[in-house]
Ligand binder design. Structure first.
Ligand SMILES: Cc1cc2nc3c(=O)[nH]c(=O)nc-3n(C[C@H](O)[C@H](O)[C@H](O)COP(=O)(O)OP(=O)(O)OC[C@H]3O[C@@H](n4cnc5c(N)ncnc54)[C@H](O)[C@@H]3O)c2cc1C
Length: 363
C-alpha cells in the first residue's frame, strides 16, 4: 500500500483521534481552508499535498501525535515555522504526509543574561528573540541569517549560518529536548542529568554526546533548544571590498583566508559577483529589457552606476574602538595589496537597529 492509500483509507479514524488530542482548531484535513499555506509558494513541480496538518502546543501533545502516527503508519513532516521559501517552505517532501506544525510552541523559555544563554521553543523566530531581548533591555544579541522570520530551531537543525561572531548556529546550540518516534523524551548535553541547573552552560555531556543525530535528520522532533547568545559589541563595522578583475577572485580569497584563520575577521565572508550584487539592488529591466542573457555592456553600466566590482566581499568586525581599528588596519594591509582593490568600512554602534543597515551589515 502506498503512503497516500494508507492516509486516505483510514483518514476518518485517525483524523478524529488527532481532533480528540489537539482540538478541532488544530487539525486541518486535506481539503480544509488554509491547507494551501502548507504548499511551496514557488513550486515549479507538482505540489506534495499533505493528508492533514496537526498543530500541537505542548510536548505531551507532540507525544500524542506520534502515538497516532505510529498506530496508523502515518508519515510525519515536522516544521517549526516552515518559512524557507524557494526551498520548499512548509511543504512536505512526500505527498500524503501529515504535517506537524510546531508554530504554536512559540515561547521564549528563559534568558540567562549572566551566562548568555536562551532556551526557546520551535516556533520562536530570530526576529521574536531579538525583539524580546531589546524589550527586556538585555545586553545580549542574536546572530540572524538573511531572513529573520525563520525559527532558531529549524535553521539550526538545518546547519544554518548568519554573519556575526556567532555565525555557525550548530556550534552555538547548547542542549536540545527531543521527542523520539516511540514517544520517549531525551535531553542532550547537561540537560540529560535529571534536575541539572547547568543545561546550556556546557555543550558537552557526561559520556557520549548525540546532538549530531538530530541535525538534518528525521530521528526526532526537537521541542526545546538552548542557544548561546553574544554580548552586543561596543562597536561594529561592515567591511565592503571590491576587486576589478574577474581573475582576482583567487587573490581576494588568499588575502582574506589567513585573517579568518587567525581570527582577525570574525564573521563569515560573503563574496558575490557583479550580477548577484546588481540583482540585490535593482531589477534587470533597469539596464536591459531585451530577451536572453543580459549583455556584458549592461552589466558594466550597472557596475559603474552602483560602484560594484567584478567580485564583492562583505564581512563584519566587532569590538571596542581600539580592537575595531586594529582589525580594520590588518584587513586593509592584506586587501590593498591587490591592484585596484577598494575597501569601505561602515561603522555602527553595537546596538544599532537592524533596519538601519542592509542584512549583511547588521545583526
Ligand atoms: C530569502 C531567504 C534568505 C535566507 N537566508 C539565509 C541565510 O542567510 N542563512 C541561513 O542559514 N538560512 C537562510 N535562509 C533560510 C531561513 O533563514 C531559515 O533557515 C529557514 O526558514 C528555516 O527556518 P524555518 O523555521 O522556516 O524551518 P522549517 O522549514 O520549519 O524547518 C527546516 C527543516 O528542519 C526540520 N525541522 C524543523 N523544525 C524541526 C523540529 N522542531 N524538529 C525536527 N525537525 C525540524 C524540517 O523538517 C525541515 O526539514 C533564507 C531563506 C530565504 C527564503
Amino acid at each position: 500500500m502506498t503512503l497516500t492509500e494508507v492516509t486516505t483509507t483510514q483518514s476518518t479514524t485517525w483524523l478524529s483521534e488527532f481532533v480528540d488530542a489537539l482540538g478541532e482548531d488544530n487539525v486541518l484535513d486535506a481539503h480544509a481552508e488554509g491547507i494551501d499555506a502548507y504548499l511551496d509558494p514557488f513550486a515549479f513541480h507538482e505540489s506534495a499535498r499533505p493528508a492533514a496538518v496537526v498543530r500541537p502546543s505542548t510536548v505531551v501533545e507532540v507525544q500524542r501525535v506520534l502515538a497516532i502516527a505510529r498506530q496508523y503508519g502515518l508519515a510525519l513532516w515536522t516544521i517549526s515555522r516552515g518559512r524557507n521559501f524557494a526551498y520548499g517552505g512548509a511543504e512536505a517532501r512526500v505527498a500524503g504526509s501529515v504535517i506537524c506544525d510546531l508554530g504554536r510552541m512559540d515561547r521564549i523559555l528563559s534568558v540567562d543574561e549572566e551566562c548568555g544563554v536562551a532556551f526557546v521553543e520551535p516556533g520562536v523566530s530570530f526576529q521574536a528573540l531579538d525583539a524580546h531581548l531589546r524589550a527586556m533591555g538585555s545586553g545580549l544579541g542574536v546572530s540572524v541569517p538573511d531572513l529573520s522570520w525563520g525559527s532558531l530551531i529549524g535553521n539550526t537543525l538545518e546547519r544554518g549560518f548568519s554573519y556575526t561572531t556567532q555565525s555557525e548556529h550548530q556550534a552555538t546550540q547548547c542542549g536540545m529536548e527531543v521527542v523520539l518516534a516511540d514517544g520517549d523524551v531525551v535531553r542532550t548535553g547537561m540537560g540529560a542529568l535529571p534536575g541539572s541547573d547547568s543545561w546550556g552552560n556546557y555543550r558537552g555531556a557526561f559520556g557520549p554526546g548525540f546532538d549530531g543525530l538530530f541535525f538534518q535528520s528525521n530521528l526526532g522532533i526537537v521541542t526545546k533548544m538552548g542557544i548561546w547568545l553574544r554580548r552586543r559589541p561596543q562597536r561594529m563595522a561592515c567591511c565592503s571590498i571590491t576587486v576589478e578583475g574577474e581573475e582576482q577572485l583567487g587573490d581576494l580569497v588568499e588575502a582574506l583566508r589567513p585573517l579568518l584563520i587567525d581570527g582577525t575577521v570574525q564573521s563569515n565572508v560573503v563574496i558575490g559577483n557583479a550580477m548577484i550584487v546588481t540583482s540585490s539592488i535593482t531589477t534587470r529591466d533597469h539596464f536591459y529589457d531585451g530577451p536572453g542573457l543580459m549583455p556584458a555592456s549592461a552589466l558594466l553600466a550597472a557596475r559603474e552606476e552602483f560602484d560594484i566590482g567584478s567580485w564583492n566581499a562583505q564581512l563584519g568586525v566587532y569590538g571596542s574602538p581600539e580592537l575595531l581599528a586594529a582589525r580594520q588596519a590588518a584587513i586593509e594591509r592584506a586587501v590593498l595589496t591587490i591592484p585596484g582593490a577598494s575597501i569601505v568600512f561602515d561603522e555602527y554602534a553595537g546596538d544599532v537597529d537592524p533596519k538601519l543597515g542592509s542584512a549583511h551589515e547588521t545583526e
